[in-house]
Ligand binder design. Structure first.
Ligand code: HEC
Ligand code: HEC
Length: 351
């Protein structure tokens, strides 16, 4: 599917802005990357065909969205540029002293991001790199502060170690590669850079949304403060397994199957289907919060983006997958029940 002409022009304009050498590098990278989804077709479960191109109304390039609001609130573009630099720029003493970002890691983070990540996630982190339109699911747009695979509750931003795990292990069944070969310190630098892109993006998006809603220039100091508090490690609520893993045996698997199909408990079957094949009644009904179609996973395939170990699956069920229809089950299910579900899911792909 082609992107609508207006959006296509915008993305062409964006790619013209980069230097020639830089974009050649990107393209080389892009071409290598485009082959990936085909090579990995076997694993490419739960994603949509024909989801190509930037076709989501919720995921419009920021410059386009900004131009529209500028007509309503003149001066908003200039204010966002100035205040983004003032609060979230890398010379900002305010940001350095906020305790939310490890400043020392940013320069190396940026360097490595430009080598490894920019082809998919783009320089601004909006997920619109040159390879992105060929990929399904789409590379993450970091500028919403929304991450899928976290160990935190629904209201919290991800922890550093959640992002570290994603970067280290990649996301199986998607084109997000693993970066085990990048040394550990550099992976932490990348984590910090992604967090920074995310905060800055969230700030700019909130400024724009506020201007649009109130039809006046927003209060930058107030919005900067909200964003930094959201990301401050002290304000993240983490989900831990309530009890150590229970025994993996037939009784636990059977209890898990019953919970999976219990409409008062997990209700997992409504999306994932009674046998976990990803074919529940509502399976075709969903879009994710970025506006792209999303399907419940076929749990019999044994490919789990956030990992297949007991602790990984526990985390996925307890914390949910943010930005997708799969919500958090912490509280709704007891820790012992979550372990039963973990064992049932593991049994589906054990032969
Ligand atoms: C070949 C394209 C590609 C490259 C290169 C790539 N990513 Fe990704 N990345 C993706 C895709 C696709 C997703 C979304 C997968 C999904 O939605 O399940 C993603 C998701 C992510 C996420 C979000 C995970 C979450 O919980 O939501 C992070 C963080 C991330 N990538 C970081 C990086 C970093 C850092 C690099 C460079 C070191 C990188 N990526 C390189 C394709 C890529
Ligand atoms: C409202 C629909 C819905 C319900 C209810 C639901 N899920 Fe999901 N689930 C999804 C979607 C959509 C995905 C795919 C997310 C993605 O592609 O990133 C998913 C993915 C998963 C995954 C794969 C995680 C990974 O790492 O790849 C597991 C495991 C899972 N669900 C288990 C469950 C269990 C157990 C329940 C019941 C307690 C449940 N789900 C209830 C929609 C749902």
């Amino acid at each position: 599917m082609q992107a609508p002409p207006r959006l296509r022009r915008a993305s062409q304009a964006r790619s013209r802005r980069g230097g020639a050498g830089f974009s050649a590098l990107l393209w080389l990278f892009g071409i290598a990357v485009v082959a990936l989804p085909f090579l990995r077709e076997r694993d490419n479960i739960g994603s949509y065909e024909g989801d190509f191109g930037r076709t989501s109304e919720k995921d419009v390039p920021f410059a386009d969205a900004q131009a529209a609001v500028e007509e309503l609130v003149p001066g908003v573009t200039a204010l966002i540029a100035k205040s983004s630099d003032e609060y979230f720029g890398l010379q900002s003493p305010w940001l350095r002293d906020s305790g939310a970002v490890d400043f020392f890691r940013i320069p190396s983070g940026r360097q490595n991001y430009e080598i490894h990540c920019v082809g998919c996630h783009a320089a601004t982190g909006d997920g619109g790199g040159p390879a992105a339109r060929f990929l399904s699911p789409r590379p993450r747009n970091f500028r919403r502060g929304l991450f899928k695979f976290t160990s935190t509750d629904a209201a919290s931003r991800p922890q550093r170690r959640d992002l570290f795990q994603t970067i280290t292990r990649g996301l199986a069944g998607s084109s997000m590669p693993e970066f085990r070969l990048v040394n550990e310190e550099k992976r932490w630098d990348l984590v910090e850079y992604v967090r920074w892109l995310s905060m800055k993006g969230e700030f700019e998006q909130m400024m724009l949304a506020d201007a649009e809603d109130n039809e006046e220039l927003p209060d930058a100091a107030e919005i900067a403060d909200i964003v930094i508090k959201r990301w401050h490690p002290a304000n993240l609520r983490t989900i831990y397994p309530g009890i150590p893993e229970t025994a993996y045996d037939q009784a636990s698997i059977d209890r898990g199957r019953a919970l999976f199909n219990d409409s008062n408990k997990g209700s997992c079957y409504t999306c994932h289907g009674p046998a976990g094949r990803g074919d529940g009644q509502t399976a075709d009904a969903y879009k994710d919060d970025w506006g792209y179609p999303i399907r419940p996973r076929d749990l019999t395939a044994g490919t789990f983006r956030a990992g297949s170990e007991g602790a990984d699956l526990y985390r996925t069920i307890a914390a949910g997958i943010k930005g997708t229809p799969m919500g958090s089950f912490e509280g709704a299910l007891s820790p012992a029940e979550i372990w039963d579900l973990v064992h049932f899911i593991q049994s589906l792909s054990k032969r």
